[in-house]
Design a protein around this ligand. Structure first.
Ligand SMILES: Nc1ncnc2c1ncn2[C@@H]1O[C@H](COP(=O)(O)OP(=O)(O)OP(=O)(O)O)[C@@H](O)[C@H]1O
Length: 358
C-alpha cells in the first residue's frame, strides 16, 4: 500500500495519508517529554457494495459481582462466537493473564487501581488488532467502564457489556464452594467490600450499552442462553450506514477522511490541550497538590473542578485519550473543536467529568 504525506505542518508535525482507508497521524514535538505518536489505523474497515461496512473488532465488557459466573459466561460467549460465521480471533483478558491474585489485587485502593490500570493498558494495546477482546474482570466501577468505552470509541469498534445479574447470596455461596474445593476464592472481607461497592450497569449509559443480561442462578449459563446468542449476533452482524441497532463507535468513512486531513485543527488541539495541562500542573504546584475547585485558567473557559491532586503522567494519559477521541468523528459525540478556545473548553469539560466530584 503506497503512502504519501499530505501535510507537513512543521518539522515536528506530520500527517500521512495512505491509500484506501488507512490513515496515520504522527505527532511529536521537539520536547522529548511531550513526544507522542498517534497512529490511527482504519484498515480493519472494509467498505463494500451497498455501503456495507464490516467492522470485525469489538470490545466486550464482562460485568458482575464477585463470583457471579462471569468467566463461565465469557467462555460460553467464545464458544458460541466460534460457531458463528465470523472467524476472528477472540481474546480474553483477565487477572490470570497477569498472574494477579484476586485477594491481593483488591486488598486496598492502590492495588485495585493498579489492577485496573494493567487491564486497561492491555485492552488499549489489544483493541486495535484484528480480534474480539473480552475483558473478564469485575468491571464493577461505572467510571472504569466509561474509560473502557472511551478506548473502544477511540479505536472505532463495537462495544457491549455482558452482565451476570446474580443475587449476592448465590455469589457468596459459590465463593464458599470454591474455597471448600480448594480453588482460588475471595476472602470474606474482600468479597463483602466488593459486593458493597458494585455499581450496577445501566443501559441508559452509553458505556453500559448495549447491555446483555444473564441470570446464571436462575437459568444457568450456556452457549445457547438468550443473552449469549444476542451478544454474538450483535458482534457478528453485518451493518450498513443505515443500521441502527448495531452501534460501531466509528465515524462514517466520508467524514473521517475530511476530519483527519485537517492538520491545522489537530495542531491547535495538541497545543491547546498542552496549555491546559501546563496550567493545571502550575496551579497545582502553587496549591501544594490540593484539589482544584473553581479555578479558572482563562476568560470564557469553564472553571476547573478537580477533586484530587493529579500527577503529570495521568494528565498526559488523559490528554492522549482526549486527542484520540476528538481526533475522530464520532456518531455519538460532539463535533471536534474548531479553534484553540473550544479545544480548551472541551478538554476542561472532559477533565472535570473524569476527575471531578460529580
Ligand atoms: N450458573 C451457575 N450455577 C451454579 N454455579 C455457578 C454458575 N455459574 C458459575 N458458577 C460457579 O461459580 C463459581 C465462579 O464462577 P466464575 O469463575 O465463572 O465466576 P466469576 O464471576 O468469573 O468469578 P470471579 O469474580 O472470581 O472472576 C464457579 O465455581 C462456578 O462453578
Amino acid at each position: 500500500m503506497g503512502k504519501s504525506p499530505i501535510a507537513l505542518i512543521s518539522h515536528d508535525l506530520f500527517v500521512e495519508r495512505c491509500e484506501g482507508l488507512t490513515v496515520r497521524l504522527h505527532f511529536s514535538t521537539s520536547q522529548p517529554e511531550y513526544a507522542k505518536v498517534v497512529s490511527l489505523e482504519r484498515d480493519h474497515y472494509q467498505q463494500g457494495y451497498n455501503n456495507t461496512i464490516t467492522c470485525q473488532m469489538a470490545l466486550v465488557i464482562m460485568c458482575g459481582q464477585p463470583c457471579s459466573g462471569k468467566s463461565k459466561a465469557a467462555l460460553c460467549l467464545v464458544e458460541s462466537y466460534k460457531e458463528s460465521e465470523s472467524k476472528h480471533q477472540v481474546r480474553i483478558i483477565d487477572e490470570a493473564c497477569f498472574h494477579l491474585d484476586r485477594n491481593q489485587s483488591y486488598a486496598n485502593m492502590p492495588s485495585e487501581k493498579n489492577l485496573r490500570g494493567v487491564l486497561r493498558s492491555e485492552v488499549d494495546r489489544s483493541v486495535s488488532k484484528d480480534s474480539i477482546v473480552i475483558i473478564d474482570s469485575l468491571n464493577n466501577i461505572k467510571g472504569y467502564r466509561y474509560e473502557l468505552w472511551c478506548l473502544a470509541r477511540a479505536s472505532g469498534i463495537r462495544y457491549c457489556v455482558v452482565y451476570c445479574d446474580v443475587e449476592e447470596t448465590f455469589c457468596r455461596k459459590w465463593n464458599e464452594e470454591r474455597r471448600e474445593k480448594g480453588e482460588a476464592s475471595y476472602d470474606d472481607s474482600i468479597f463483602e467490600d466488593l459486593v458493597r461497592r458494585f455499581e450496577k450497569p445501566d443501559r441508559r449509559n452509553r458505556w453500559d450499552s448495549p447491555l446483555f443480561e444473564l441470570w446464571p442462578h436462575r437459568e444457568g449459563t450456556e452457549k445457547s442462553s438468550p443473552a449469549i446468542i444476542d451478544a454474538v449476533s450483535y458482534l457478528t452482524k453485518k451493518v450498513d450506514t443505515k443500521t441502527r441497532d448495531v452501534k460501531i463507535l466509528q465515524p462514517t468513512i466520508a467524514t473521517q477522511t475530511t476530519r483527519f486531513s485537517d492538520a491545522n485543527s489537530l495542531y491547535e488541539l495538541d497545543k491547546a490541550t498542552q496549555e491546559v495541562t501546563n496550567a493545571i500542573v502550575e496551579i497545582q504546584s502553587q496549591a501544594l497538590g490540593g484539589p482544584l475547585n473553581g479555578v479558572s485558567i482563562g476568560k470564557d473557559l469553564p472553571v476547573i473542578n478537580i477533586s484530587r491532586s493529579v500527577g503529570l503522567p495521568e494528565l498526559r494519559r488523559m490528554r492522549r485519550t482526549f486527542i484520540k477521541l476528538t481526533g475522530q468523528t464520532s456518531l455519538s459525540g460532539r463535533p471536534p473543536p474548531s479553534d484553540a478556545d473550544s479545544a480548551k473548553r472541551m478538554f476542561i469539560d472532559y477533565l472535570n467529568r473524569e476527575l471531578g466530584t460529580s
